[in-house]
Design a protein around this ligand. Structure first.
Ligand code: FES
Ligand SMILES: [Fe+2]
Length: 443
């Protein structure tokens, strides 16, 4: 249980608040690269502030606050030019550093332009996403590097599911250190829904937790579990998977690699993204993708009830029904909530670090190619079968790439002599066909 003040502090995202200042030390995905290829400037909201993000004709990215420093017209309606973003109203131009490089209606000899700048962030592309850093930085004290986590840079077949959720991101992060919910929300509750809707939910999700564990590490907290019928020798315990501070969780297994991203758009809106790479451990043959496809996952049905017949829909129901900002002053944490308590302490420690002028956990300043995160391969000790359950029972069922993805897993398994249950239902489309993706991408 927290006091009202502690809950307030924990859930802030705005500049000038202790948590808002922690959050401004990280990079966030703010757009799909294909969006800015289709139209080169976009209005985005991040941490309760609006920005214009753009892609220059040479392929470089920039991000500035949306309101033009002149008289506040929206730069999200700007003209993208080779040397920057031109305000639609009176034509001032801002380069990628936010420097005002042109003021057409001002006299050249006033040097007025030199005194004006748009407080720019830094933006770059990785893995089909446009990433932005909007925190403090200067020539002497540059922005931290964009962490190149394995999922974003590994070879494999990708798609990105997303939904904007009406709740604070912290309750979603608390779910990332709450292993017990799996056997209930994705086990018992899934079975209940399946009985009523006429499908069978995956048995592996209902396995009882015998033991859970949490290990702090350099990127966050590793979560571990021993399920019934397994031991500490199984990947679920020996390797586990991490909450990546402050807004991600790395999951996977059976040749599926996923980053679950929870971007704090504002205090009560979180963009939930499922960045998934399919790359079976054995028998994989790479398929090129010119564009990384994205698709919106359903949250509510036509009656306004949560869609709960898939795994992430169940999670979303739990997060959103906790309230826009859940009331932690009246909750009752038990022994099984030890991970939640550990996470809140970690948030608190980062507020102190930033207040002392230090970098918070999981910021990186060194050049690097790729950061490999620990993640179990044999999830729920279900082997390669986990991939098909993942496709049929998770958000991937809504992906325009579903058929191609299932075919990748089934074909890879066949090449190494494994037959997956449900493989006969795997799609007839050729893996790698971009047809469905380009039609439905962004829908
Ligand atoms: S408001 Fe942007 S140039 Fe005038
Ligand atoms: Fe879950």
């Amino acid at each position: 249980m927290l006091t009202a003040e502690q809950n307030d502090e924990l859930t802030q995202v705005d500049a000038g608040t202790p948590m808002g200042e922690v959050l401004r030390r990280y990079w966030y995905p703010v757009a799909f690269a294909r969006e800015l290829a289709e139209f080169p400037v976009k209005r985005v909201e991040l941490l309760g502030e609006f920005f214009a993000v753009w892609r220059s004709p040479s392929g470089r990215y920039g991000i500035v606050p949306e309101a033009c420093p002149h008289r506040k017209a929206s730069l999200a309606y700007g003209v993208v030019e080779s040397d920057g973003l031109r305000c639609p109203y009176h034509g001032w131009v801002f380069d990628e550093d936010g420097v005002c490089v042109e003021q057409p209606a001002e006299r050249d000899d006033t040097r007025f332009g030199a005194r004006v700048s748009a407080q720019a962030g830094v933006a770059e592309e990785m893995g089909g996403l446009v990433w932005a850093y909007v925190g403090p930085h200067s020539a002497e004290d540059p922005a931290p590097r964009l962490p190149r986590f394995d999922t974003y840079v590994m070879e494999g077949f990708r798609d990105i599911g997303w939904a904007d959720l009406p709740c604070n991101y912290v309750q979603i992060m608390e779910n990332a250190v709450d292993p017990h919910h799996v056997e209930w929300l994705h086990g018992r509750y899934f079975q209940f829904i399946g009985r009523h809707e006429g499908f069978t939910s995956p048995a592996s999700f209902a396995k009882k937790h015998q033991k859970v564990g949490f290990t702090p590490f350099e990127w966050g907290i590793i979560k571990r579990r021993v399920l019934e019928g397994a031991s500490e020798e199984n990947d679920d315990w020996k390797v586990g998977h991490p909450l990546v501070f402050p807004y991600n969780m790395r999951v996977g297994g059976g040749g599926v690699h996923q980053m679950q991203i929870r971007v704090p758009i504002n205090r009560t809106t979180t963009r939930f993204m499922l960045y998934t790479v399919h790359r079976p451990e054995e028998g994989y043959e790479h398929v090129e993708q010119p564009v990384v496809p994205d698709y919106e996952i359903p949250v509510l049905d036509a009656k306004g009830r949560h869609v709960v017949n898939y795994v992430e829909g169940q999670d979303i129901m739990a997060w959103v029904t906790q309230g826009a900002i859940t009331d932690r002053t009246t909750e009752h944490l038990g022994r099984s909530d030890i991970g939640v308590a550990m996470l809140r302490k970690l948030f608190r420690e980062q507020m102190d670090r930033v207040a002392r002028g230090e970098d918070p956990l999981g910021t990186i300043r060194e050049d690097h190619e790729r950061i490999d995160l620990p993640c179990e391969k044999d999830k729920f000790h279900a082997g390669a079968q986990f991939a098909l359950d993942f496709c049929d029972m998770g958000s991937t069922r809504f992906s325009p790439m579903l058929d191609a993805i299932k075919k990748i897993h089934v074909s890879a398994a066949e090449r190494v002599g494994i037959e997956l249950v449900g493989s006969e239902k795997a799609g007839s489309e050729q893996a790698g066909s971009e047809k469905a993706g380009s039609e439905k991408a962004g829908s």
